[in-house]
Design a protein around this ligand. Structure first.
Ligand code: TMP
Length: 213
């Protein structure tokens, strides 16, 4: 379809920011236009990652410290990169992942207080130095996010049970990264879903005209 390298995009943001709806809209658009693509997620994306999600991550009764979380997530991320993401990019497919290593920086780093240098060292091994070309970060007040989540009847997982202070640190983490990195863009997710989707599509058109032109 084009000679440009297929982009690797990660969607990020707190619970209740509207990531799932956005992901469906992106997938539908790519499908309709016949653009080869792969939609994936973390934790998850491979049998190893899905097992981590199902048997460990979704169990708030397991008490796991921040470094252990980092290592578990990173082990699964390595399989995700080697088995799924890199091969898809090499086939020329647009890859969109629902969360990636930025979640570890903000949740385990800013949220749990794990040293960001340690996270960075472990992550560069896990992802074999292939980072997303763009992080789209949906930004919303954590209280609004929580309200939206409980209105949707979703059960909170181990992280989603954390208190408001934790979620405020997570938001701060996302905002800090967005202010420092050109490849991370904050999108105001307090608006209607339609307007958030418009903003994201226009961002993608600007960054990757060969794929969203
Ligand atoms: P999700 O189903 O909304 O993606 O939820 C996954 C949860 O796991 C969410 O609370 C964020 C958390 N998480 C981390 O703490 N670190 C990570 O690296 C990832 C990928 C997710």
């Amino acid at each position: 379809m084009t000679d440009a390298a297929a982009p690797f995009v990660a969607l990020e943001g707190p619970e209740g920011a509207g990531k799932s709806l956005l992901l469906s809209a992106l997938a539908e658009d790519l499908l309709t236009r016949g653009v080869p693509h792969l939609i994936t997620r973390e934790p998850g994306g491979t049998p190893t990652g899905e097992a981590l999600r199902e048997h460990i991550w979704k169990r708030p009764d397991l008490s796991i410290d921040g470094i252990t979380e980092l290592l578990l997530l990173s082990a699964a991320r390595h399989a995700h990169m080697r088995e799924v993401i890199r091969p898809a990019l090499e086939r020329g497919e647009v890859v969109i992942t629902d969360r990636f290593e930025l979640s570890t920086r903000v949740y385990q780093g800013f949220g749990r207080g794990v040293d960001l240098g340690v996270i960075s060292s472990v992550t560069s091994i896990a992802v074999e130095n292939r980072f997303p070309d763009l992080y789209v970060i949906l930004d919303v007040d954590p209280q609004v996010g929580k309200q939206r989540q409980s209105a949707a009847g979703l059960t909170p997982d181990r992280i989603e049970r954390e208190d408001l202070e934790f979620m405020l640190r997570v938001r701060e983490g996302y905002r800090t990264v967005a202010a420092e990195e050109e490849g991370a863009v904050l999108v105001d997710a307090s608006n209607s879903a339609a307007s958030v989707h418009r903003d994201v599509f226009s961002l993608l058109r600007k960054r990757f005209p060969h794929f969203w032109g």
